[in-house]
Design a protein around this ligand. Structure first.
Ligand code: UD1
Ligand code: CA
Length: 468
């Protein structure tokens, strides 16, 4: 039978120093909120260690926003909230969890993590858990590290046996000189928590209930010292948020390069944490890839491209200064330069969308060409159809949107307008300069151009000369 663990994430604090009104845990970095990182690392850890796990999220300040976040979370069935009404300290926060989620007492282990540490990964949790499991007598382990600047952290005071944690406010001069600090991440046997949590007092300088009191010399506890403080970096200010964002970006880029993605100038690109890029792809300078964007293999993305929540499949090219949002680009497609794909654009393989073309909520089949200066909105275009320069799908009548359907192997000459709702069949030919208001059947030729009138020698009547 697998071990069981309650993963408690403390997120009730106000985050006063951030100055923003939303809970700190929901502040965003590299496209996800702080809490997303901690939840992901916790669930990954539980999964990799074959643990039966559930997350208990302790909420307080603006709890309805955190509850709304949770409601949209894909792992929502594994996420529960507990409400800490007043922020009386970290031990009180854990009490609130067991109060609202009493079945957490049944889990063999309890992990405690803070919500504002997005650099944390499952590997730190694993190291901590393995340390706890490796000696059967242990009741708890705390993650510690050597801090460059220990100010603000609880100090690790080692005794002959075990250790205890002294908060900065309560520390003596000598204790403050200690550089090994408490990260705020722990794994404990739940039986130990049950024995001690209720008896923790708030008899200290801040009048708060300190969770760190679960660690005392008299208990079988161990401080597990990590080689770097980076995974535990907490965010308290906007400045720290920006610093961590650049660390997360650097980590992401490094991983992508290991995975075989080429960056011509990695310092200038912005890539969100959830973005994926396939091997052999090349990213030019000044490219922005956001949200859940997925880039296939051997894709080229030129400078100035801005791609948000979109998918670009293998062997396609996104040329300079193109803007894609919630778009799907199939294999071997060329987009841009300076093209715009709005939500719902679905561009078939081997198609071409050229400069100054805007596409919205339209499905283009394989091999469609819209090479210059066009608007394709609410349209469906069949295989190998060629749309000439200056095409407009007149999809909006001032009140409603209407659909344009064009079949396969059809040729639409330059400067044509389709007044939707309208349909043009397969193998049809629409002459340049036509405004199409009636359906064109398959195989038909359509033209709506006015007859040309040419009058020999008549130009001089129209050419104005300046009066002197
Ligand atoms: C805590 C530790 C300190 C450690 C530091 C690491 C205690 C007493 N001290 O201090 O030893 O070095 O973390 O960052 O635990 N929270 C609640 N409810 C509360 C208070 C806090 O949910 O009533 C949450 C906060 O939202 C935050 C986490 O607990 O996510 C830590 O709280 P914080 O106030 O930042 O603790 P520190 O003073 O930094
Ligand atoms: Ca803190």
């Amino acid at each position: 039978m697998s071990d069981t663990i309650g993963l408690v994430i403390l997120a009730a604090g106000k985050g006063t120093r951030m100055k923003i009104d939303t809970p700190k845990a929901l502040a965003k970095t590299a496209g996800k909120c702080l809490l997303d990182y901690v939840v992901e690392a916790s669930l990954d850890f539980a999964h990799q260690s074959s643990l039966k796990a559930e997350i208990g999220l302790v909420v307080g300040h603006k709890k309805e926003l955190l509850e709304a976040w949770l409601d949209k979370h894909p792992a929502k069935s594994q996420l529960k909230t507990a409400w800490q009404k007043e922020q009386k300290g970290t031990a009180d926060a854990l009490k609130a969890c067991f109060h609202d989620l009493p079945h957490f007492w049944n889990y063999e282990y309890t992990m405690v993590a803070c919500a504002d540490t997005p650099m944390i990964r499952s590997s730190e949790f694993k190291v901590l858990f393995e340390a706890l499991k490796s000696s059967p007598g242990l009741v708890g382990v705390a993650a510690t590290f050597e801090a460059h600047e220990p100010k603000g952290y609880g100090r690790i005071v080692h005794g002959n046996h075990g250790f205890h944690i002294v908060e900065e406010k309560d520390a003596t001069e000598k204790e403050r000189a200690i550089t090994e600090v408490n990260s705020g991440f722990y794994i404990l046997k739940t039986s130990h928590v049950k024995e001690v949590l209720g008896s923790i007092s708030n008899d200290n300088k801040s009048g708060e209930f300190y969770l760190t009191d679960l660690f005392q010399n008299k208990y079988e506890v161990k401080a597990v010292k990590f080689p770097s403080e980076v995974p535990f970096l907490g965010i308290n200010t906007m400045e720290q948020l920006a610093e961590v964002t650049s660390l997360l970006r650097a980590r992401k880029l490094k991983q992508l390069m290991i995975d075989g993605v080429e960056f011509l100038n990695p310092q200038t690109v912005h890539i969100d944490d959830e973005v994926t890029i396939g091997v052999g792809s090349t990213i030019y300078p000044n490219v922005t890839l956001l949200g859940k964007t997925k880039i296939g293999e051997r894709v080229v993305i030129e400078s100035g491209a801005f791609i948000k929540n979109s998918e670009v499949k293998s062997d396609s090219e996104i040329l300079a200064h193109s803007y894609l949002e919630e778009a799907l680009v199939h294999e071997d497609v060329t987009i841009g330069p300076m093209a715009r794909l709005r939500p719902g654009s679905d561009i078939g393989s081997e198609s071409k969308i050229g400069n100054f073309v805007e596409v919205k909520k339209s499905k283009l089949a394989k091999g469609v060409k819209v090479s210059h200066l066009s608007y394709v909105g609410d349209a469906e275009i069949g295989e190998n159809t060629n749309i000439g320069c200056g095409f407009i799908a007149c999809n909006y009548d001032g009140a409603n949107k209407h659909k344009t359907t064009i079949g396969k192997n059809t040729f639409i000459g330059s400067d044509c307008q389709m007044v939707a709702p309208i349909s043009v069949g397969d193998d049809a030919f629409v002459a340049a300069g036509s405004t199409i208001t009636k359906d064109v059947p398959s195989g038909a030729f359509a033209i709506t151009r006015a007859q040309q009138v040419t009058k020999e020698g008549a130009a001089k009547r129209f050419i104005k000369t300046k009066k002197s």
